[in-house]
Design a protein around this ligand. Structure first.
Ligand code: NOJ
Length: 583
């Protein structure tokens, strides 16, 4: 009997342990689910390229006062986070992605007082601010580099990667921006090479040095103490390097991300950054790039690892090419990413940024007949997918590629260097020109089109880069009072996104998977179900959807939308038609 009782007791203990363990486990899992509410999941991010937004001091370059003068416009878009590209002191080799003083404002953009007013103005309107942290590299004009370069024994020497020339030439490293594609620059001063994955004026910082890391965390705290609400880590997946600089296999540069990204200590550095900075503030964190695999992407953003909040992956935006792209491929990529993050982690959803040509020119149709409707359709996609949507400034108007024909109109440093490179190697210049006309990031950097005046209301002097001539018809002023404009459609979209939790947290289900022209999916949570139909083609197309209930149109990019009643299975969509139904 006694033995039996003991057995029973043991069993009870065992069951309790199992219960407690699995109970805690499931509670913990629940806490990590992607449905867990966070402000940065509910955000709609509006990315501002400050150089091209609005110039107020007549130097042809946008400035902080310019952004301040447009705060009401920004608010009217219904966005609640602004991500602004780098505004720190910089000699502007790479438009601010080469920072010479991380605690100061670039002269072209204004002063720290302007920054403080901007932040106050945004916060006063309920909008948060995310800033770039560019710390894979600094400018060669940063004091750290000047010191580092000055002698081998300087205390800042180890802030950068140096290879003493008496060791021979270092193993080749591909540079994304260098005219010779060589990421090692020989410096006579100390008879050594320094590493620069980007331009020669962007030497890579040595993250293996704890002193450098501490400096960076202090800089981040400086901005967080000022009250900013988030950080976007530029090129950070490249920060950790194997500093023995092993030889990479022949042809590695064709897949350099595989060799450059996710270096040996990257996760340790992110954990440290999280401990030192992120965990101390209510800030969002996102890094450019998401490694080489879902595993990498998850490891960057899984909440229980305490690294970053959301992944920013490029597989989707990389699909576009001048010969067009397949919608099946597009759907496959976005669906695959969604399912990989369905229960854990969080994604950014975007089709453009300052490094891409214009969204409508790459993924839609920028001809006069379809520009407006296809821009609206693409914005509908961004605002209805699971993940935090990022809208790039100007896309709310349907701004298009400028498609410059003459080299002299281009401003982008890597493009100018590559042109020179092609000339040096006797490359096909005509092919190169065709390529940049479609792909060059200057296409996404032409001045914001405020009105139809000579410089699109961007500046009253000569703009740093040419204004797109189509500003005469495509501009904010013209769209402001047109209830059917791209701009007003964008506002309706953000309103829906901000008011329907299913569009933020809801489960995504792809429908009519093999449809070549229509992207159809539902978003569903807490008793709400939305059906989204997007025709990605310039012809009528049919969606094959079995409706078990009458669907109510919430928004569509044509003045009327086809009814979708119970029992109906085929819905015909007009060119680039986009409809959001409530089921
Ligand atoms: C990525 C940034 O988005 C891009 O604009 C920049 O040129 C490189 N990183 C180098 O900082």
């Amino acid at each position: 009997m006694v033995g039996n009782q003991k057995m029973k007791n043991r069993l009870v203990i065992l069951i309790t342990v199992i219960f407690v363990f699995t109970g805690t486990f499931s509670l913990k899992t629940f806490a990590q689910q992607s449905t867990e509410k966070k402000w940065w999941k509910e955000a709609v991010v509006y990315q501002i390229y400050p150089r091209s937004f609005k110039d107020t001091d007549g130097d042809g370059v946008g400035d902080l006062k310019g952004i301040i003068s447009k705060l009401d416009y920004i608010k009217s878009l219904g966005v609640n986070v602004v991500w602004i590209n780098p505004i720190y002191s910089s000699p502007n080799d790479d438009n601010g992605y080469d920072i010479s003083d991380y605690r100061n404002i670039m002269k072209d953009f204004g002063t720290m007082e302007d920054f403080d007013s901007l932040l106050k103005g945004l916060h006063g309107r309920g909008i948060k601010l995310v800033m770039d942290v560019v710390v894979n590299h600094s400018s060669d004009e940063h004091d750290w580099f000047k010191q580092s370069r000055s002698s081998r024994s300087n205390p800042y020497r180890n802030y950068y990667h140096w290879w003493n020339a008496e060791r021979g030439k270092p193993a080749p490293r591909y540079s994304l921006f260098d005219v010779n594609h060589d990421a090692w620059k020989y410096d006579t001063l100390t008879n050594a090479y320094y590493l620069h994955y980007f331009s020669r004026k962007q030497p890579d910082l040595n993250w293996e040095n704890p002193a450098l890391r501490q400096e960076v965390y202090n800089i981040m705290k400086f901005w967080a103490d000022k009250g900013i609400d988030g950080f976007r880590l530029d090129a950070f997946q490249f920060a950790s390097k194997d500093i023995s600089f092993p030889v990479f296999p022949e042809g590695y540069e064709k897949n350099f991300i595989k060799y450059y990204a996710m270096g040996p200590y990257l996760h340790d550095y992110l954990k440290e950054m999280n401990r030192e900075v992120f965990s101390k503030y209510d800030v969002m964190s996102v890094a450019e790039g998401a490694g080489n695999s879902f595993e990498d992407a998850h490891n960057l953003v899984d909440p229980d690892r305490n690294e970053l909040n959301m992944a920013y992956a490029f597989e989707g935006v990389d699909i576009a090419n001048p010969d067009g792209y397949s919608l099946l491929h597009f759907k496959e990529v976005f669906s695959r990413w969604d399912s990989a993050f369905a229960s854990k982690g969080w994604l950014s959803i975007f089709l453009a940024n300052h490094d891409q040509a214009r969204m409508v020119s790459r993924f839609g149709n920028d001809t006069p007949a379809f520009r407006d409707v296809s821009s609206k359709m693409l914005s509908t996609f961004i605002m209805t997918m699971r993940g935090t949507p990022y809208a790039y400034n100007g896309d709310e108007l349907g701004m298009t590629n400028a498609g410059f024909d003459k080299m002299e109109d281009y401003r982008d440093m890597p493009t100018l260097n590559e042109y020179q490179h092609q000339k040096n190697i006797g490359g096909d210049i005509q092919k190169f020109m065709q390529h940049i006309k479609f792909e060059c990031r200057d296409n996404g950097r032409t001045p914001f089109q405020w009105d139809n005046t000579i410089n699109a209301g961007f500046t009253n002097s000569t703009p740093w880069i040419k204004v797109n001539p189509n500003h005469e018809t495509i501009n904010a002023a013209a769209q402001e009072n047109d209830p059917f404009s791209c701009l007003n459609y964008f506002r309706s979209l953000t309103k829906l996104r901000n008011s329907i939790p299913a569009l933020v947290y809801g489960k995504y289900t792809l429908l009519d998977k093999s449809n070549l022209n229509v992207y159809a999916y539902t978003r569903e949570s807490e008793g709400q179900k939305m059906l989204i139909l997007l025709n990605f083609s310039s012809s009528n197309a049919q969606a094959d959807i079995q409706l078990t209930t009458n669907a109510k149109v919430l928004l569509s990019n044509y003045k009327d939308a086809p009814l979708a009643n119970k029992g109906k299975s085929i819905i015909t969509l007009r060119p680039y038609e986009a409809i959001i139904y409530r089921l």
